[in-house]
Structures are given as C-alpha cells and as structure tokens.
Write a protein that binds this ligand. Structure first.
Ligand code: DGL
Length: 276
C-alpha cells in the first residue's frame, strides 16, 4: 500500500489522467465544478491509443502515471479515461491509499432518457472498453428493455490526437462504422471514451436532430467535488480560491508557448462541444 507524504496534505491537488487529450474534457468540466483545486493533467501521449492495447499493457501504463501523480503530491486522482478505468481501477485502488475516481460510460442516464419512448441507445467506446466486463455489467444492470447497442470506434482516438475533429475523413469513417445500424432508431448516444467529446458536431450530422449525447464528465466532476468535501481534502482555506493547472505529456511538463496555445485551442473546442 503506497501512502501520501504528510507535507502534501494541506494543498488540494488533483491529478487528472488520460492516455491523451480526451481527459482535457474532464479537466474542462472539473475546472467549472471545482475551480478551487490545483490540477495536474497527465496525458500519456507516448503510449496513446490505449484502446488497442491488451488490458495488462494498459494496467502497467496507468500504474506508472498514477505513481507519477502521487509523487507530485496529488491527493485524489481522476481516471479521465474509460479504457483505464475498465482495465485498471480495482488494481489501483488496492495498491494506492488515495482517492481514485474513474469515469465510466454514462449508460444509466442514457437508458433513463430513452425510457419507454421505443428508441434505442448507442454506446461508442474504444475496443478495450467495449469488450470489458465493466461495461457488460453496467449494461446488464440498467438495460432491462434491451435497447442498448455497443459500437467500438478504434480509429477515432488517433483522429483526435492528430487534431482532426470534423473533416470529411472523420465523417466517412463514422459512416463506415455505423453502416449496419439505422441511426434514426436512436435517441441517446453515450460517449464512452473521453476523446469522443471532440466529435460531437460530427456525430450530430449523422444522428437524428434530437439525439441526446451523454458523457460522464459532469457526473465524474460532481463525484470529485463531493468526494473531496467528504474526505476533508477541500478545506475552509480553499473557499474562494482560484486553482492552477499544470499539464504533462507523459512525464514531461508542457511549458512552451506553442504547447500552451495548442491546449488553449483544445479547451476552446471543448467549450463549443459542451454547448451541443
Ligand atoms: N480517452 C480514453 C477513454 O476514455 C481512451 C483513449 C485511448 O484509446 O487511448 O477511453
């Protein structure tokens, strides 16, 4: 069991982890829900995409990143990656004595949205998440009317990492992956990979106008806030504070003007996608 250094305990420092830029969508929402925290954002860009690796490989990589964030003094860590949560959260909770919050596909609210309207729910995710026990169990629990379909979109993470969010190539790829589904049958789309938040405008072109796109970002951010309050990580001294963010690409801190400008543009896009 790995414990925290006691001198770190008076700063509310939160680690947000993903294999890449998808986790920025969680950070983006967390900064709105819990602006008082100091965040360390870690994107494991040297090893993205995780969704095409074995579960053991993913576990090893997430273990390294979480160890790094613990060293930096984080008191709570958000796995802003459905794939990492699926493959590694139980292992991490056994190993580290700190709060670890995972993101999971928002199946429950999507099924509730579709309740009794005769329409279907589509969950899109990486292949690791799509094949994992966690998603299977979630669907078994909430999909009593058998309206949920799961579609893996393996290439979408690579498009995102290349900043290609709304090109004709992306649209053609999505059309190809959805070719055997009648998209008019769906009233909810679960974004089961944090990278997919960047593509909401492309998804919107393919699904009916009233499609409800559901991600886990608000849920996980509310969970983070409630947890830090409950565990006393959020203290009186944090009230009214405006926190900071440090960005890491794998173990390297991002500091150059060009890197920070790229991050700013990604936040800008995420803010636009949040309005869809
Ligand atoms: N963003 C991650 C998720 O939410 C996965 C991306 C990857 O395949 O690396 O599942």
């Amino acid at each position: 069991m790995i414990r925290l250094n006691s001198e770190d305990l008076d700063i509310m420092k939160i680690g947000i982890f993903d294999s890449g830029i998808g986790g920025l969508s969680v950070l983006h929402q967390a900064m709105i829900t819990l602006p008082e925290a100091d965040y360390i954002f870690y994107a494991d860009v040297d090893n993205v995409p995780y969704g095409e690796k074995t579960r053991d490989e993913v576990r090893g990589l997430v273990d390294h990143a979480v160890g790094f964030l613990v060293e930096k003094g984080c008191q709570a860590i958000v796995l802003a990656c459905n794939t990492a949560t699926s493959a590694a959260i139980s292992y991490l909770r056994d190993k580290y004595q700190l709060t670890i919050i995972g993101i999971e596909p928002a199946v429950k609210p999507a099924v509730e949205h579709t309740h009794n309207c005769g329409k279907r729910v589509m969950v899109v995710s990486t292949p690791v998440t799509a094949k994992g026990e966690k998603l299977k169990n979630l669907i078994e629990k909430y999909d009593v009317n058998h309206v949920v379909d799961v579609v893996a979109l393996p290439k979408l993470v690579r498009y995102a990492q290349n900043d290609d969010f709304d090109s004709q190539d992306v649209l053609d790829y999505l059309k190809h992956e959805f070719r055997s589904y009648n998209l008019n049958e769906y009233s909810a789309l679960v974004l089961g990979c944090t990278h997919f938040n960047y593509f909401k405008d492309s998804f919107a072109k393919l699904f009916p106008d009233d499609i409800e796109m559901v991600d886990g970002n608000t849920g996980v951010s509310n969970n983070l806030k409630n947890t830090v309050v409950k565990k006393g990580i959020f203290t009186e001294a944090d009230n009214g504070k405006r926190g900071t963010v440090e960005y890491y690409y794998s173990d390297r801190k991002m500091e150059s003007a060009a890197e920070m400008e790229h991050i700013r543009k990604l936040h800008e896009r995420l803010e636009r996608m949040r309005q869809i």
